[in-house]
Design a protein around this ligand. Structure first.
Ligand SMILES: *Cc1c(COP(=O)(O)O)cnc(C)c1O
Length: 366
């Protein structure tokens, strides 16, 4: 079997190439490289698809979260988030001048546990930042109830969850401001770094638009200290082409997951457990595996790429050592980190490839 990658960006590129190059040619002919129509049209289309009044294109998922946090105001305060995430979630909190406070995760969904959030709230808490990890929406009703009770703002990290639904509601519509990443490997990916925010709040959308461009809405007039966090017009052009396919691609991921689940049901793996009211978009198909590292080595020898998302929870990363946490502080996140393994998942993955992967896993456990 030819090597099976974690994600095959080339497969989509093949059939999108013509459309993308057509748009790029038009854009380059116009020399409208910074913001302009391509970005504003993408923002309009993305807001419409996401189900919010506003969307703002920015330079990455990390800058989206940073600006979302600045827009709700967290400087000098505390932000409660999950240690079971990509580091950027927590870096953005620090960049926004706030202190990260972690709350452990639920052991089925791997998203932040609302019961743990309540234990961490004090008078300095300003915001809750749940992450829809792997494309599984966090328990937003409970989170929003806690936020209302304590008068906190909520920001969703939707970097892995474009189009995922919680009780019929799309992620990115259930908080004050939400951040998305369009990193190439995400469910909706550009051809370089890109990100976006969604919100129904006009003032915050306008503030974020200013902050992404040096605190300016009129050239050389600066109302706030801002950043150079603009979405690149070339990336907006790619995203406009790809946005048409995202629902179809998410559906194809779910179909592939069904094939995996059926093929792996009699193995010692713990497969994703999805509540009835959740529409998962499987940015990762991550399972818990006994003897995880040995399984990963074996699959590598069988030409199957795998990933660990994530091997070290954020509270134990050297970059956050100054927070003073130790092993044992967030036992669920730590336990999942030790046995999770992500198998290849992307819309174009073939059932024959999934069967091959499943056969090799079954072989490992006999
Ligand atoms: C990818 C990711 C980010 C950061 O997005 P970038 O576009 O890489 O800056 C933030 N949070 C999570 C959960 C992510 O997976």
């Amino acid at each position: 079997m030819k090597k099976i990658p974690m994600v095959d960006l080339g497969a989509q590129y093949k059939y999108l190439k013509k459309d993308i190059f057509k748009r790029w040619e038009k854009l380059c002919d116009s020399t409208s490289f910074i913001l302009g129509k391509e970005v504003s049209e993408f923002e309009r289309e993305y807001a419409e698809w996401a189900g919010t009044k506003y969307a703002v294109g920015v330079s990455s998922g990390t800058s989206a979260l940073h600006l979302a946090l600045e827009a709700v105001g967290v400087k000098g305060k505390k932000v409660i988030t999950t240690p079971f995430t990509f580091i950027a979630t927590c870096e953005a909190v620090v960049q926004a001048g706030a202190e990260v406070v972690w709350a452990d995760i639920d052991d089925k969904s791997y998203t932040i546990d609302p019961v743990e959030i309540e234990k961490k709230i004090d008078e300095d808490t300003a915001c809750i930042l749940p992450v829809h990890i792997y494309g599984y929406p966090a328990d937003m009703d409970k989170i929003n109830k806690i936020a209302d009770k304590h008068n906190l703002s909520v920001i969703e990290d939707c970097a892995q969850a474009h189009g995922a639904k919680y009780k019929g509601k799309k992620v990115g519509t259930m908080s004050d401001v939400a951040g998305f990443s369009f990193f190439p490997g995400k469910n909706l990916g550009a051809y370089g770094d890109a990100g976006g925010i969604t919100t129904d709040d006009k003032e915050k959308a306008e503030l974020i638009k200013r902050l992404r461009a040096h605190g300016s809405s009129k050239k050389y007039h600066h109302t706030e200290l801002g950043y150079n966090y603009r979405l690149d017009a070339l990336q907006a052009a790619v995203l406009r082409v790809k946005l048409k396919y995202i629902d179809e691609w998410n559906e194809a991921r779910r179909e592939n997951v069904e094939i995996y689940n059926e093929a792996l049901k009699d193995t010692p793996l713990t497969l994703p457990r999805v509540s009835e009211n959740i529409e998962h978009v499987y940015h990762q198909y991550s399972v818990l595996a006994p003897d995880r590292d040995k399984l990963q080595d074996k699959l590598g020898r069988d030409n199957i790429a795998t990933g660990i998302h994530y091997p070290i929870p954020v509270h134990l990363q050297p970059s956050f050592k100054y927070m003073g946490h130790k092993k044992g502080d967030f036992p669920v996140a730590e336990r999942i980190s030790e046995s999770c393994i992500s198998l290849p998942i992307y819309p174009e993955l073939k059932s024959s490839q999934i069967e091959y992967i499943a056969d090799k896993i079954i072989e490992f456990y006999v």
